[in-house]
Design a binder for this molecule. Structure first.
Ligand SMILES: [Zn+2]
Length: 143
């Protein structure tokens, strides 16, 4: 016996048992399979996503996902590095100065202590922590 998940042309989903796949084809051909909801005989098998079985395939999927993420994170880092100025541990000072209009606003990135980050947040400075994967490695030299 084989169980198929079926769908009629009106989108009703149901399941039916057949002795084998040929049995399904024959019954479908003869319009002997009808929707349990509306009796429609235009039936097709539902497309199912394959279930991942076994650790090896799962591992492969995880790896592909990790690689895709790494590539994406790399692009983000590159983007930040090319569009933002690195200010190192002066980030909080710089961000505050801009926030208070003491300096022209520009896009910067750098490091803060947790205390500085908290202070910036309280001041309403639009700064956000970068997840480690998105944090560009600092340039070797600071200007
Ligand atoms: Zn139906």
């Amino acid at each position: 016996m084989i169980r198929y998940a079926l769908i009629c042309s009106f989108g009703h989903e149901f399941e039916a048992w057949f002795s084998n796949s040929t049995d399904y084809d024959v019954q479908k051909e003869k319009a002997q399979i009808s929707c349990i909801v509306c009796d429609d005989t235009k039936i097709s098998k539902q497309i199912m996503a394959p279930a991942l079985k076994g650790t090896r395939r799962k591992h492969g999927a995880d790896k592909a996902q990790a690689q895709a993420f790494a590539a994406f994170a790399g692009k983000v880092r590159e983007k930040i590095r090319s569009t933002h100025d690195y200010v190192g541990d002066k980030f909080a000072d710089e961000a505050l100065a801009m926030h208070h209009g003491e300096k022209d606003e520009k896009a910067i990135y750098g490091e803060t202590t947790p205390e500085e980050a908290k202070a910036l947040k309280e001041e309403g400075v639009p700064a956000s922590p970068l997840p480690p994967a998105f944090a560009p490695t600092p340039p070797k030299k600071l200007n």
